[in-house]
Design a protein around this ligand. Structure first.
Ligand SMILES: [Zn+2]
Length: 98
């Protein structure tokens, strides 16, 4: 496990999440955070119910497009478009051969 940064707990028991960490994880003001205990190791992550903001395909917290009840990030959208184009190209070339 690697230490990314350190922070002191203040007199009221609060702990400030570093801005660079919040930006990287796309955690925003008002997000409900969950504390997990795995064999004594505490980790923090977005509460499961708040994960509806995540890309349905890859779980990245930065989806851009919602299609019905699916959220899709730029990377997965680009990959989907590439696959569709390849399939169309393959279908077109096999149609022109016969
Ligand atoms: Zn994705």
């Amino acid at each position: 496990m690697t230490i990314v940064t350190t922070r002191r707990i203040d007199q009221l028991g609060r702990l400030l999440l570093p801005v660079e960490m919040r930006r990287e994880k796309k955690w925003e003001k008002g997000d409900l955070m969950a504390f997990y205990n795995t064999d004594g190791v505490i980790t923090i992550d977005l509460y499961e119910q708040d994960k509806e903001r995540l890309c349905t395909v890859c779980s990245k917290p930065e989806y851009k497009l919602s299609v019905r009840d699916l959220n899709v990030c730029d990377t997965c959208l680009a990959e989907s478009i590439r696959i569709v184009k390849e399939k169309r190209k393959a279908a077109a070339s096999s149609a022109s051969i016969s």
